[in-house]
Design a protein around this ligand. Sequence first.
Ligand SMILES: O=C(O)CCC(=O)C(=O)O
Length: 270
Amino acid sequence: MLTPEQVKSFERDGFVKGEVVLNDEEVERLRLELDLVLEGKSDNKPVLNRNLADKSDYGMVMEASETIVQVVNIWMASELYRKHAAHRSVCEDVALLAGSNELRIWHDQIQYKPPITGGPTRWHQDHPLWPIIQPSELISAWVALDDAVIENGCMWMVPGSHKWGDHQRYLLHGSDHMPQHKRPELLPPGIEIKPVPFEIKKGQVGYHHCMTWHGSLPNTSELKRRAIAVHYMPENIRYEPLGNHPMSKHIHVQPGERLTGDDFPVVYTR
Ligand SMILES: O=C(O)CCC(=O)C(=O)O
């Protein structure tokens, strides 16, 4: 369980490291299960399984050889990942940070950066990419399936940026891979954009707020960089038909209603 100091640091910075929540054997089982899904051998399919580096609207110049394997909703393809999404101590931490009595899965996401060719993940805020759910109060739990260090493309975070509003359209990936802002005059006065590496050990969890600026560098090492992130909805999240998203076709509620249904399962109740 997170300590009061960790909770305070999450509130101040918009991210915090948690405990090691998976032992080596549990990590290994999730890795093998990921291989099955990537090879198309699972009984059910995830919502997306693609090379994120190919996305035309990705907003960055990517090398043709670069790869970021993105799998969305692997929990739909794998019972093991569904159980992982309901990991009790992870969910307790997220519920504590969100001040919620219940959590549902918005969606999950694997990002796998293969050795040497793993590409960068652009600087972004999560919630502006999810316009169909409001308010911007979701929390993600990112669990490393390999040690995530600077060399293999761990995430970087900008402390305090979850309090600066929506700057998604102004965020650029500079040539040094650090964040640049197209209209700095729109930022709150006196703030400093000082990204820090968010290195996470194999089996450890890192939490981030859905408005925190974050991105990750290319994997220039010989190591794999695999991770499973689950994006959790606290109980106050509602559907707003304000755009499109790969999960749109799974939504069967009316605008203003909570996102209920089999594709958004409750994974935690206090
Ligand atoms: O795994 C990464 O490098 C990025 C993941 C991410 O953006 C997220 O979990 O919100």
